[in-house]
Design a binder for this molecule. Structure first.
Ligand code: TMP
Length: 221
């Protein structure tokens, strides 16, 4: 059973909805679950999030952007992720360091080795056991994001070509780290995606221990 699970994908891919559904599944199955988001999750990191996403900060350079994401992450890991994992809790995080590799590395074009070193510095020993990348056509995701009842943030304002580079980055990460990172077809309805997520996270447990079969109606189990 993975203990540290991260959900990734471009803006508008639907991962936040799936993160909540997954956390509920795990709680119903009796696990002590912590659901977090990045950047954010604790006071200092939420403040850094405001700096990062404020559309007024159009002048922000790539290096500043990278280091602010890493600073937010380092604080989240320090304050809650590392202690929660040490206590045996399950951590579900809506984005983590693969977002930095995809956005700041692949899409911004920063040196991938430097980005990976920055990721490593921020997280120490806290690496995800399982990462789900929600793969969707960027035009479809943009239409979903546009339907939201709020203005675009600084990252969303970078446009469709940018999101296409991010999507390609996530696919490259999934191809490179196929053991940890799984692609989920996110161009479908919520229920179909949720069924895949459950199978990927809980399927192994069902096969080996049969714990979830008692409480949950897991499709395809
Ligand atoms: P969210 O909208 O999924 O909460 O994420 C906030 C934005 O920050 C989103 O556009 C993705 C971006 N982001 C990065 O560019 N790098 C990162 O490391 C993270 C965690 C998010």
């Amino acid at each position: 059973m993975p203990r540290f699970i991260t959900l990734e994908g471009i803006d508008g891919c639907g991962k936040s909805t799936q993160a909540k559904l997954l956390a509920e599944d795990l709680e119903r199955a009796g696990y002590d679950v912590l659901l977090l988001r990045e950047p954010g999750g604790v006071t200092i990191s939420e403040k850094i999030r405001e700096l990062l996403l404020d559309p007024a900060h159009a002048a922000m350079g790539d290096t500043c952007e990278l280091l602010l994401y890493e600073a937010a992450r380092a604080q989240l890991v320090h304050e809650v992720v590392a202690p929660a994992l040490a206590q045996g809790r399950i951590v579900v995080c809506d984005r983590f360091y693969d977002s930095t590799t995809a956005y700041q590395g692949y899409a911004n074009g920063m040196d991938l080795g430097a980005v990976q070193r920055a990721n490593a510095l921020a997280v120490g020993a806290c690496h995800p056991d399982l990462t789900l990348v929600f793969d969707i056509d960027p035009a479809k995701a943009a239409a979903r994001a546009a339907a939201r009842d709020r203005a675009q943030d600084r990252m969303e304002a970078k446009g469709l070509a940018y999101q296409e580079r991010v999507a390609a980055g996530f696919r490259a990460i999934a191809a490179t780290e196929s053991e940890r990172v799984r692609l989920v077809d996110a161009g479908r309805g919520i229920d179909a995606i949720h069924a895949d997520v459950r199978a990927l996270v809980l399927g192994q447990q069902l096969d080996t221990e049969g714990v979830f079969g008692r409480d949950l109606d897991v499709e395809g189990a």
